[in-house]
Design a protein around this ligand. Sequence first.
Ligand code: IVH
Length: 698
Amino acid sequence: MTARQGTLPLALDDPAKRIAELRAQIAEHDYRYYVLDSPIISDAEYDALVAELRALEEAHPELITPDSPTQRVGGAVAEGFAKVQHPRPILSLANAFSADEVRAWRERIGNYVEKNLPDVDPHNLDRYVVEPKIDGLTVVLTYEHGRFVQGATRGDGVFGEDITANLRTVKQVPLRLRAEAFGNTFPARLTVRGEAYMPIADFERMNEALRAAGERTFANPRNAAAGSLRQLDPRVTARRPLKLFCYAIVEYVPAQGAPSAPQTQWETLALLRAAGFPVTGHARRFESLEEVIAYCEASVALRDTLPYEVDGMVIKLDDLMLAERLGYVGKDPRGALAFKFPAREATTILKDVVVRVGRTGNIVPNAVLEPVQLGGITITSATLHNYDDIARKDIRIGDRVIVKRAGDVIPYVAGPVVAARTGNERPIVPPTHCPFCNTPLIKREGEVALYCTNPECPGRVDRAIEHFVGRAAMDIAGLGEKIVAQLVDAGLVNDVADLYYLKKEDLLGLEKFAEKKAQNVLNAIAASKHQPLWRLIVGLGIRHVGEVAARALADRFGSLDALIEAATHHPEQLQEIEGVGPVIAESVREWAARPSTRALVEKLKRAGVNPTQQPRDAAPAAGPLKGKTFVITGTLSRPREEIAAWIVAHGGKVTDSVSKNTSFLVVGEAPGNNKLSKAQQLNIPIIDEAALRAMVEG
Ligand code: IVH
């Protein structure tokens, strides 16, 4: 490339030549910057080239062409989008959610080849290319003799919308291709498929700006990309931080005597890159399906390191001719498959908002959610950050909300689905007094959080966690006050259950945490899962419940579920327990009734913290099962201890062996022969789990 030094600034001798030179240079720098990611000039130098080109074009408007880099800014507002027909249908992809589904796909296409394509060597199936599946908007770009002439959305796969003017504003869309890639003869026509997307950080910045301007925000980067590209005013698109990855050739019409289309996916990616398109650096080629699967599974971690959203990996047969011959089922080609990652975003109903007090007295609103599956776990609560954020996003109780959870991040409510409103939603009113100690809340200059200024406030999260890990409760050695403070301040731990979701990477990010210390802390936390139930009950910090009461409650009910169940439905049972007086009973009842209690207990259980013990019959209890003695055999829907605890919570008794005092034998899957025959001998009624439930629920 010619250096800029030494050329006449305004090239008065031959403006057309200088314009061509500038366009070539700018295209080269765009390629280095947007595709290779290795610019060789500064932004200022680049801007100078563009400024010179712009000045020349202003002086010679007859020399302006639509593929000039100055034309990216976007022209007039369109009336609506014209329809354009794709040269070939733009197909979709079938999904797989597990390794086994990938293997089943391979088997299906193996069978298909055997039956329908007898001339094909089945070994050719076992050459694959695996690429990230970018979560954006499909775009279809057409070039004639190397010049960008048309850009379209996928539309219905046959007809798309003409968004050429908008795509022209996207810097990564090459306006002219690189001739070297084609042996210096451009194909007469080349249509390429890609995915336009918005990087996550840019998306968040943009949403912030839209919000500040009082405009509508986007739910996620994909919607933002789609919304930005489907703008009728290309000047709006031009301001949106859109990017592109290309991954397929839809149509290739070679010029006479020029090389024809690549035969494999791997060569396609190489050609696209050489031609100036941005192409992923995470594509890999494999010769066995198990390697493909291993790469797909390993890529779940890759996902968290990428600055854009990837919702899976795409597995493609490398042999494009073979893929073509395999045809498609509906809209899904047989020769490719999407390996989907667990979702990171879901929508659910915001049932209520409960308040937590942070370590420094900051008030944190927490969402109580209709349970929803997200990334393989059930979410029942999520943070709402602060009340300013709630107001800004206009989140209301009863709203359908978007819940997000990226990697190890604690789930949070990203915003409401406004279109789903019924009119019955209620605004969320910030508290004026601390719900734990009734201290009036204050707002500090320049901060968004509300504060409870009472240093002794019983609601403080760090206190709750210090108590939980303390020697009188779960006794987690090595988790002192300092570390608790670090964890709470970093937002890694907002309640005691979060301790059990900590990952080593979380801890390594904290000051003074090296490998060994992190591992020790994790080991100590993991070991505490086996602490007896009474220690967990003490740890939960129910008012007035110390070791004596906790031991009595543990002995009587045998599990947290049974305790909550009894406290909710038969609170009178609590007072019948030796060591539990009316004050404690009322406190337990109030604790059990809080929605946050159930959410916390569920969260602990999901982490594997659910100690149970055989409940002891302390006093003749009240409840529909009062006076009845049960023996359980076989596998029921839940662990036997849980069922036993439930029986006890409803006033019944559970023993280990069948005798004449047994009222019912409860039988599950694969029951023991001894208990069954003994019950038959003694004429004891044999019931199943449903009948047991019916005794309580009527
Ligand atoms: S290949 C026949 N490769 O995912 C070829 N698609 O759910 C089918 N996508 O509509 C597409 N990244 O928009 C392919 N590397 C990639 C992709 C990719 C994202 C999108 C594409 C498609 C959707 C299918």
